[in-house]
Design a protein around this ligand. Structure first.
Ligand code: FES
Length: 365
């Protein structure tokens, strides 16, 4: 059982500009909360604030390696309510509601890989900076190949930190900065990171033990496919997504908002009664599942339960829980890896019961 996933007010200690449109926020963690906010490389924090009278939650990746002060990177998203507010308000002393670190993007580092390949695009560098640092700091025999793609040098986040890392680990870090809009088409430094470039890169870099990818939607689809085509086994490729992939979003939009509810209704029709027992912080509560809710998170919220969530879109895994009894289906899943699903984990914001009764635990994460 892990620490309860409640929000805690944390004071912003440091605000630093990164590139032309991003910030790094450093948090002060009181001694009593240090164990709760201990983190692994690749994890994220969910922040909560009320913006123009509406409660908003967003997840941001931690850009520090374990043992370093807690900080996250926040790129300003055009039209994004939370990031725009945060960029306007962020200053030392600001207090934000913060949920303890979550996420398993970097979990494969526990296997102590000797060669890590990290492919980042834009703000996708945030969790990968932590993963690269943790790999290099954690094992003197490990090496990393980091490919970081940006529109231009000006939009590159953590330029200085990356140069520092390169200087510190000269023989163990191969850093390739790629600029898609600076007119360099030849070699690895320019243009799109396509299958040809990935295969050249793998020839140069040598066999990869674990690969981590985080960037725009197209990169998150194309790079894993190219890695697999070049012989990297799928179970060694890990992808972190920040939003719903565009094609999935288009499919949902084309199908209309009723899609999720209809899917749940179809599943619900297979059983006459749905009783969902939810365990959180050692306490069990029974709720009814109404197909109109669409998902178990919504049904629990309707019943007055407070469960952890952030995106509600199947992307962040903040709502992850384990099915201990019964059967559960998911509308979509952009966050859990196949072995998580095989172990019974589901995203409660996407889950609906397929059996008469279901037991779901938020204490096993
Ligand atoms: S709340 Fe983000 S995946 Fe469910």
């Amino acid at each position: 059982m892990t620490a309860p996933l409640n929000f805690h007010p944390l004071r912003v200690q440091q605000v630093q500009r990164e590139g032309e449109d991003a910030l790094v926020l450093g948090f002060e963690v009181p001694a009593a909360l240090q164990p709760v906010f201990r983190f692994e490389a690749g994890q994220h924090l969910t922040l909560r604030a009320t913006v123009a009278g509406v409660e908003l939650r967003r997840s941001y990746s931690i850009c520090a390696a374990p043992g370093e002060p807690l900080r996250v990177g926040v790129r300003a998203v055009p039209g994004g309510a939370f990031s725009t507010w945060l960029h306007a308000m962020a200053r030392p002393g600001l207090v934000l509601d913060v949920m303890p670190p979550l996420g398993r993007f970097g979990a494969a580092l526990a296997q102590r890989p000797r060669h890590v390949l990290a492919v980042a695009g834009g703000s996708g560098i945030t969790p990968l900076l932590a993963i690269v640092k943790a790999t290099l700091q954690g094992d003197a025999r490990a090496r990393c190949t980091l490919v970081y793609s940006n529109r231009s040098a000006a939009s590159t986040m953590f330029r200085e930190a990356l140069e520092d890392l390169k200087n510190r680990y000269l023989s163990r870090l191969a850093l390739h900065l790629v600029f898609s809009r600076e007119g360099l088409e030849a070699g690895l430094q320019g243009g799109r990171l396509d299958a040809g470039k990935i295969s050249t890169l793998l020839r140069l870099a040598g066999p990869v033990d674990q690969a981590f990818v985080c960037g725009p939607h197209a990169m998150n689809e194309d790079v894993p496919a190219a890695l697999q085509a070049a012989g990297v086994p799928p179970e060694r490729i890990h992808v972190e997504r920040f939003g719903v992939p565009q094609q999935a979003a288009r499919n949902m939009a084309a199908a209309g908002p009723a899609l999720a509810v209809e899917a749940a209704r179809g599943a619900a029709a297979q059983a006459s009664v749905h009783r969902v027992r939810i365990v959180r912080d050692g306490v069990a509560r029974d709720i009814g599942f109404d197909a109109a809710d669409g998902n178990i998170l919504a049904a629990a919220t309707r019943a007055g339960l407070e469960l952890p969530f952030s995106c509600s879109s199947g992307v962040c895994a903040t709502c992850r829980a384990r099915v201990l009894e019964g059967q559960v289906g998911m509308h979509r899943n952009f966050a859990l890896e196949p072995d998580d699903v095989a172990a019974g984990f589901v995203l409660s914001c996407q889950a609906h019961p397929l059996s008469e009764s279901v037991l779901l635990s938020f204490d096993e994460r």
